[in-house]
Design a protein around this ligand. Structure first.
Ligand code: NAD
Ligand code: TYD
Length: 352
């Protein structure tokens, strides 16, 4: 992507990762017009980007990517020349209890965006780009050793990862069949400010604040590779501008933690921050029934993006976790606002 003026559609910009990407692009590239398209589902919260909503290069479009006609109309009207596609249903547990919406949003929604893009780009594909943001969960699970590389076979185990794998395949197929210019990146678990408190780290921070139990699935010996969300946003910036057409990039933190070790570290940080006795938060740990199809271990080999684009994670886990805890402690109103009644009902029913 070389030209200095662009009309960029970013989908899912009111969500966790999308909000950080939107902020980075709006502030760093005043010549770009940034369009944030989001349906504002339970996970979308415009508070996340309140600080940039008045910027002259920022525009919000409330729309659902499953609505093909509306998406086409918006492409015709605003003539986007590139897309950074983050909008998705993103939580594994929700995909287990309600898989269908994952197909509708993650697969059909992605198709709708590509169809609308091709309709207006077909005459001239030069300087156009469809950038699909995906996950390392498409690769399934690792054993004790080894890392996911860009050539690892896809073997998704949850309805969430199956829907993301399907959308990755469709993007690649549109590249081969219709010559859609695309890049895909597959990233490991993100954490940081503005993450909805259904994912492990923000859920447990909130439960510790509220003195509620910490529901650890199975024996807690599951491994994830954690990356601070701003490092992911920096990687997305690089892949968008310098990634090779029709290629994929793995993004990860080289930062593997077994859940139980991460939870113990989080508990000790929270005890200190809340001036509670050492061990007070750990006492809240409750081992519960395992998640069905629970992937044992994820770990990313991020050497391709490092060598080709010069990206490295810049925030250590200790720094990132501390910043994250401090952000949630400073923003009780944000937490209260996103935890709606219906969310609580859902959560209670499923796991507590
Ligand atoms: P999120 O759940 O916090 O946000 C998703 C956003 O998409 C929300 O703003 C929501 O309103 C919007 N959205 C959902 N359905 C929509 C629809 N039908 N039409 C329009 N907008 C809709 O998700 P996130 O954690 O920020 O993840 C963003 C992307 O990054 C997803 O594609 C996800 O698969 C991918 N990803 C996430 C992680 C992670 O650790 N969170 C890691 C790797 C990749
Ligand atoms: P999660 O944040 O849901 O991300 P993902 O499933 O996409 O990796 O979960 C991270 C890990 O934490 C995963 O191994 C499941 C586990 N986990 C729990 O043990 N308890 C919980 O309440 C949650 C939400 C997750």
């Amino acid at each position: 992507m070389n030209s200095s003026k662009r009309n960029i559609l970013i989908t899912g910009g009111a969500g966790f990762i999308g909000s950080h990407v939107i902020r980075l692009f709006v502030n760093k590239y005043p010549d770009y017009q940034i369009f944030n398209l989001d349906a504002l589902t339970y996970a979308g919260n415009l508070e996340n980007i309140k600080d940039i909503e008045d910027a002259s290069n920022y525009h919000f479009l409330k729309a659902d990517i499953t609505d093909a006609d509306k998406i086409k109309t918006l492409f015709q009207k605003y003539k986007f020349d590139s897309v950074i596609h983050l909008a998705a249903e993103s939580h594994v547990d929700r995909s287990i209890s309600n898989p269908k919406i994952f197909v509708e949003t993650n697969v059909t929604g992605t198709l709708n965006l590509m169809e609308a893009a091709l309709e207006i780009w077909k005459e001239n594909l030069e300087d156009k780009l469809f950038y699909h943001i995906s996950t390392d969960e498409v690769y399934g699970t690792l054993g004790e050793t080894g890392l996911f590389t860009e050539t690892t076979s896809y073997a998704p185990n949850s309805p969430y990862s199956a829907s993301k794998a399907a959308s990755d395949h469709f993007v690649r197929a549109y590249g081969e069949t219709y010559n859609l210019p695309y890049v895909i990146s597959n990233c490991s678990n993100n954490y940081g400010p503005n993450q909805f408190p259904e994912k492990l780290i923000p859920l447990f921070i909130n439960n510790i604040i509220e003195n509620k139990s910490l529901p650890v699935y199975g024996d807690g010996k599951y491994t994830r590779d954690w990356l601070y969300v701003l490092d992911h946003a920096r990687a997305i910036d690089l892949v968008f501008h310098k990634g090779k057409n029709k290629s994929t990039y793995n993004i990860g933190g080289f930062n593997e933690w077994q859940n139980i070790d991460l939870i113990r570290l989080l508990c000790s940080i929270m005890d200190k921050k809340l001036n509670r006795n050492e061990g007070a938060s750990e006492a809240l740990i409750t081992f519960i029934k395992d998640r069905p199809g629970h992937d044992k271990r994820y770990a990313i080999d991020a050497s391709k993006i490092n060598k080709e684009l010069g990206w490295d994670p810049s925030v250590t886990f200790e720094e990132g976790l501390l910043k994250t805890v401090e952000w949630y402690l400073k923003n009780p109103k944000w937490i209260a606002a996103v935890i709606s009644g219906s969310y609580k009902e859902y959560y209670k029913k499923q796991y507590l």
